[in-house]
Design a protein around this ligand. Structure first.
Ligand code: CA
Length: 441
């Protein structure tokens, strides 16, 4: 699995890439961007240090040849769907070609050519990386399921299916936005505790959910499920994802069919998609305690057991309007790792297709809220505040039971371990605006 593109000793001729916490030459994540005030047309880009490598410009330079040039042409398009559909061999060819021209081994002429294709990251304006046709959100953290389940069902927090099925619901693709896009607090219907009738009004219990997004690469034919052994060949890469949640609206409406307006107003994703090849050094075995249900055969194989888990470090910060106005650092409110998740991304892909459902290139899967075993590792504020009853205190003394207008939530993710170069996802940021367009209820 590992090759020279993972070598922690590898350096780039671009000084800002070396030791960069997110984007050294070992990472090379993909996004779609345009350059502020210059080229309004979006195109594919790859992060390197504090720069974006403009894949459109690189393609125009004719530096790459053959398979790599064809892969580059697809990756340079205004959405990455075509490149995603091309499959792991093409993704690998382009990664290795880009590594070659960005590494310190590149010759002087190549360096000059590639230097001319770099755009400062501070001038990049990001678009959604792909046309997202379908968005499915899983529910795969047993700690999150227990924490939230305890609020509704103190005696029986975990539903009977959780340890057998990677649970999910089909979400709303049209309201997925790229990091930096603000959204308005949703209106909706909710039923207060002990109330006899619901009320219509602004969401009073607005929350975030710390998740990872999984972009589907090549899809499958309807009626032809993806076996577990092939599942990861269908995953292009991963990003940060915030599944904003209106808890009061959600808890009233979700019985018996699941989330609707409580979830469909906005989902934020980071612009950068880190490829599965870049994540290869950070794999861990998938294990289940002997006294818990073992996965059914179609969700179990030796490869998934050996290395199905990804150790991705994650954290959540809140920046209030007051913190922003004073230039204060956002308050870190929790941190965890994706390694604690109950199901792997391969199991999610297989479960999604096992009944015959066809995935399409650019489909987005959310992993579900990522919460670790301790309260400080909770991926949603409803868990940290025990349903809003115990507000958290931020660095500047402000307290939050749920999110206020003007709050921004910032997710960060990275992988770091001895013997590997640290790579990161950058950030996923979204800000809560007041309600608009409220209809008298
Ligand atoms: Ca979710």
């Amino acid at each position: 699995m590992l090759n020279h593109t993972h070598d922690p000793a590898a350096r780039s001729w671009l000084a800002s890439a070396n030791g960069h916490p997110d984007f050294p030459v070992q990472n090379l994540p993909f996004a779609v961007f345009s350059e502020r005030g210059k080229h309004p047309s979006p195109r594919g880009g790859v992060a390197i240090g504090d720069q974006v490598l403009d894949l459109g410009a690189l393609h125009g330079s004719k530096l790459l040849q053959g398979h790599a040039a064809a892969a580059l042409a697809a990756a340079a398009m205004p959405s990455l769907n075509t490149f995603m559909a091309s499959g792991p061999e093409t993704w690998r060819v382009l990664r290795h070609a880009l590594f070659a021209v960005l590494s310190s081994q590149a010759d002087a002429a190549t360096q000059v050519l590639v230097q001319g294709c770099l755009v400062p990251m501070k001038d990049a304006v990001y678009s959604l990386p792909a046309r997202i046709f379908n968005y499915t959100d899983f529910y795969t953290s047993i700690h999150h399921a227990r924490n939230v389940g305890r609020i509704a069902r103190p005696d029986d927090p975990l539903t009977a299916n959780f340890q057998w099925i990677p649970i999910a619901y089909h979400g709303r693709a049209s309201s997925v936005v790229v990091s930096g896009t603000p959204f308005h607090r949703p209106m909706g219907q909710s039923m207060g505790p002990g109330a006899k009738a619901p009320v219509y009004g602004p969401c009073a219990r607005l929350d975030y959910e710390l998740e990872l997004g999984v972009f589907v690469g090549a899809g499958n034919t309807q009626g032809a499920p993806i076996p577990l052994a092939q599942a990861e060949d269908h995953i292009f890469g991963m990003c940060l994802l915030n599944d904003w949640s209106a808890r009061d609206i959600q808890f009233w409406e979700m019985a018996p069919l699941g989330p609707f307006l409580g979830k469909n107003f906005c989902t934020s994703i980071s612009p950068w998609i880190v490829t599965m090849e870049a994540l290869a050094p950070f794999r861990l075995p998938f294990t289940r305690p002997a006294d818990e249900p073992q996965p059914l055969a179609y969700l179990d194989d030796a490869a998934n057991r050996a290395q199905g888990v990804l150790d991705i470090q994650l954290e959540v910060a809140i920046e209030t309007a007051a913190q922003r106005a004073s230039g204060a650092t956002p308050s870190r409110v929790s941190g965890t790792s994706f390694r604690h998740q109950y199901w792997t991304v391969a199991q999610m892909v297989t479960q999604h297709t096992m009944g015959g459902c066809n995935l399409q290139s650019g489909d987005l899967l959310g992993t579900g809220t990522i919460s670790g075993p301790t309260p400080a590792q909770a991926g949603a504020i409803i868990e940290q505040t025990k349903g809003g009853r115990e507000p958290i205190t931020l660095d500047n003394g402000e307290t939050r039971a749920f999110l206020h207008d003007g709050d921004a939530v910032i997710l960060r993710g990275w992988c770091d371990k001895p013997g590997a170069a640290r790579i990161g996802f950058g950030e996923c940021r979204g800000e809560v605006l007041p309600v608009v367009g409220a209809v008298a209820g």
